[in-house]
Write a protein that binds this ligand. Structure first.
Ligand code: HEC
Length: 151
């Protein structure tokens, strides 16, 4: 049987990935990717909360699920091998006060869980307000533990 070119190419890509030792910098890439995913879905929710796009419960539920998943991914990336990663914008004070940092993460998780409950209940008004609370939980952590971003 003839192998399609795509299969061969993807096998090559997998082999290359396996041959490459994962470093702290790679993990920071992964972390930043997960945060970008959160940013994307917050964008969708924020537009709905502000009434810039129609409020759609199914779309909002899907966005909330992606937020929850991406939050779980970021939480696994704060390993010591990322401490020296140059591209990371995590402020060093987070390592000195990991409990406070982790609390910010928990606060976000709680708001996302609450948003999911509001959406399950079909309560649009509560969900709109809750999206604001989720946004505040993002900002609270960024204010304390992330370098200022230029863009
Ligand atoms: C517990 C702390 C914390 C919470 C909560 C948090 N963030 Fe972040 N966020 C960070 C840190 C730290 C970085 C920088 C990560 C790095 O560079 O190593 C970051 C980076 C980002 C970035 C930039 C990614 C890149 O490099 O391009 C975006 C976008 C982002 N966060 C969005 C969000 C959104 C949206 C939420 C809420 C839904 C959120 N964050 C909640 C700590 C947090």
């Amino acid at each position: 049987m003839k192998k399609p070119l795509l299969t061969i190419l993807s096998c090559l890509a997998v082999t290359t990935a396996l041959a490459h030792q994962q470093t702290g910098d790679d993990r920071v890439d992964y972390r930043q990717g997960a945060y970008k995913i959160m940013g994307w879905h917050m964008g969708i929710l924020g537009d709905m909360a502000r009434g810039e796009t129609a409020f759609d419960l199914d779309r909002a539920r899907e966005a909330a699920r992606h937020l929850q998943w991406a939050e779980r991914l970021t939480a696994t990336t704060y390993t010591p091998d990322t401490k020296q990663a140059h591209k990371s914008r995590l402020l060093p004070r987070a390592w000195r006060d990991m409990d406070a940092f982790a609390d910010r993460g928990k606060a976000l998780k709680n708001e996302i869980d609450a948003l999911e409950s509001d959406l399950e209940a079909g309560n649009e008004g509560a969900a709109r307000q809750r999206i604001g609370e989720v946004g505040k939980a993002c900002k609270a952590c960024h204010d304390d533990f992330r370098e200022k971003m230029k863009h």
